[in-house]
Ligand binder design. Structure first.
Ligand SMILES: [Zn+2]
Length: 213
């Protein structure tokens, strides 16, 4: 008897958990819609990587309290932001004199020095020996030992790499309103999105010249 009550309670708890999960998924989907101005059922070119990238870059805006000091993740985000800008710049000057390109390439390669990897070996659940590359915690940059790029940053840079190879990196941009949030444009030409959300457009149209920090 006692056991049955217990299992019924367990089922009830699981149902509650399921409901909470569904609600959270609905909220997440809504949040995606707000950020991207588009229904989630369409598969836009590069959006898989673009969304992953901008969501990670925009993460600090979800924080409730602002930390006065930068975290390792914040430093990583700054690096990836700088990398995106530099890569776009390199694309714009691709047909410029080699010397000019070299300067930008040096900047990009300096940013990529944080992405060192090392190999690790382990035996998995099935008893197979697996050799894998993992991000190095510490890297030597400019003769100094610094924190290396973590897994999330590595994924973000991989998205930058893939979007660059697909000629789609230009679609990753900062919101026009100046809120410092990133967005991935799914449309091109006149219909290309330039605002993160509707509120940004309204804010910008009310005060178009003011640079909102
Ligand atoms: Zn904005």
């Amino acid at each position: 008897m006692g056991k049955r009550v217990e299992s019924r309670e367990l089922i009830g708890a699981e149902a509650k958990l399921d409901k909470a999960r569904r609600e959270k998924a609905a909220i997440d989907q809504k949040a995606t819609l707000v950020g991207t101005f588009r229904p989630p059922r369409y598969d836009y070119r590069g959006a898989r990587y673009g969304d992953l990238l901008v969501q990670w870059l925009n993460e600090p805006f979800k924080r409730e309290s602002k930390k006065p000091t930068k975290s390792v993740k914040d430093v990583g985000r700054e690096r990836v932001s700088a990398l995106i800008e530099a890569m776009k710049h390199l694309n714009n000057i691709a047909s410029s004199p080699e010397r000019l390109r070299d300067v930008v390439q040096v900047v990009i390669n300096d940013l990529l020095k944080y992405h060192a990897e090392h190999l690790v070996v382990f035996v998995n659940d099935r008893g197979d020996i697996v050799v894998e590359s993992q991000p190095a915690d510490q890297v030597v940059v400019g003769g100094k030992i610094k924190a290396g790029a973590a897994e999330e940053e590595r994924r973000a840079v991989n998205a930058v790499k893939l979007l660059t190879s697909m000629h789609l990196l230009d679609r990753v941009r900062l919101c026009q309103c100046g809120c410092r949030r990133w967005l991935y444009q799914t449309r091109t030409g006149k219909r290309a999105e330039i605002f993160y959300e509707e509120a940004c457009r309204k804010k910008y149209q009310a005060h178009p010249r003011r640079e909102v920090a």
